[in-house]
Write a protein that binds this ligand. Structure first.
Ligand code: PNS
Length: 170
């Protein structure tokens, strides 16, 4: 075990940051910035979530994420179908990153992390905290505010996402 740990620690650590990103917010970006500083390679993985009815198509979500993460050379954007753990394994990821804003996120995240650990015990879920000013921010609320024409949206998402939101629901 000691030997295995020693050899593994020299390998670049790949992390997957999964989510719907419908659309990417400043809170997501804050987390991406923090995770990109810790892990060698960060794959932001958009779930082709069939249960939810997304506002933005997968292609649009990829375009927005690619544009706003362009400056981080160790960050890439991808799309996955099916089980997150199958995808993470396929990418040789050691870590899944999830953001926790408030204690209310914790129960669902704990359930998911434990289930994912049962599926693949070799991959760790790492919870990260976004900056305090994003602790109330969610894609769902951003979409609602955009639909209702609230001007605060521009402070909550990157400018490019704000433009796309306005074009979509304005
Ligand atoms: O940003 P979200 O919508 O909270 O992200 C949820 C996501 C996409 C991470 C989660 O639904 C997921 O992992 N879906 C893939 C299917 C899967 O692996 N389900 C089992 C989870 S225990």
């Amino acid at each position: 075990m000691a030997h295995r740990m020693a050899t593994e620690s020299t390998k670049p650590v790949v992390a997957v940051y999964p989510g719907s990103f419908d659309p990417v917010t400043n809170g997501h970006l804050d987390l991406i910035a923090r995770a990109a500083m810790i892990f060698d390679r960060l794959i932001v993985a958009i779930a082709r979530n069939l249960e939810k009815d997304p506002l933005f198509g997968v292609k649009e979500r990829v375009e927005m994420l690619e544009a706003v993460t362009f400056d981080w050379k160790n960050v890439e954007v991808d799309v996955f179908d099916g089980l997150l753990m199958d995808y993470a394994r396929e990418k040789n990821a050691r870590v899944v990153v999830r953001g926790i804003r408030a204690i209310s996120d914790y129960e669902y995240e704990l359930q998911m992390a434990m289930m994912n650990r049962k599926i693949e015990p070799q991959i760790e879920t790492v919870f990260m905290l976004p900056a305090e000013q994003y602790s109330y921010l969610s894609s769902r609320l951003v979409k609602e505010l955009a639909r209702l024409g609230a001007p605060v949206v521009k402070d909550l998402v990157p400018p490019l996402v704000g433009d796309r939101l306005r074009a979509k629901v304005g």
